[in-house]
Design a binder for this molecule. Sequence first.
Ligand code: SF4
Length: 347
Amino acid sequence: MVRQIEFTHPEPPPLTGRVWPVFLPFAGCPHRCLFCAQDKQTGHAPASRDQADLQAVFDTLAQDLESALDAGRAPCELAFYGGTFSALPAPWPETFLALAARYRERGLITRVRCSTRPDCVAPETLAALRALGLDMVELGIQSFDDRALAASGRGYTGKTALRGCESVREAGLALGIQLLPGLPGDHPGLFQHDAALAADLAPEIARLYPCLVVRSTPLATLWERGQYTPWSLDQAKAELAAALTLLWARSVRVIRLGLAPEDTLEANILAGPWHPALGQSVRGLALLSLVRDAVRRLGRSPSRLDVPRRHQGELLGHSRELAAHYQALGLDRATIRYVDTPYFVLT
Ligand code: SF4
């Protein structure tokens, strides 16, 4: 009989270093996507394709970088988010990257990343951006499924999404993949298939944002007409936990689960799987599946579970929501111990 099972948490070690986000809401986007509310997600008013807005972002950033340098701030990674960076009107991509390069030379910036669409990453564009100092591209893939992409008006196919990821890697840039499960056109199994395809592409990081209905978006109109039903919170938790387990097993760092709680976002969510502690719940569920698997391998009711202390906050999910599941396995306050070892032990 197996006396005890030891296992480690499968999450890859986090990347170290602080990220300095620069928001360019909707800048460079060929159109507004059905679900997108970058202004409310980020709490930043949109910078349109108009150069004057980008000039204002640039001027503020230049000032802030100089002040940070004067103040002796620790080096960090600069990240251009919220729009389609690789499709910004000329000369903005090169202007922003030249600014970043100046502060890289002076030791403040260590790395530069941007977010963009998979249909805006032609090899020559990526080569040019890399030569100017770009290190990483996060692609807003959302889905690899033609039906979901068409129903969501993304304007590209699953093949383009895959090709976009390959182009980023072939350009020698680090790849990030953002998925948006529960879009119009969703169907059972789609998200797990998307997560598996994403894992196959071996991105450095992934972000998983279940689709929300946000005020003043075209998706809100569909939802009001009864033509779109978002995922429930329970479905989102279960689907995300399964995808997280899969991505961890393939050494992909999942750096975001659900949109970050911003006041401007929360006030404008009309429907969908939103909870400020969604990430904690999902990580807890993923961990529960690992413990269940260990109990199966143990082959009997466990008498004790040692949990590395750094996982204490997620073991029982949010507000002890998973306590009953652990009790069903025979594990409770008396039999779960938090320890200073890096591995779990089930006896
Ligand atoms: S989802 Fe991406 S491409 Fe679409 S409008 Fe929003 S930022 Fe632009």
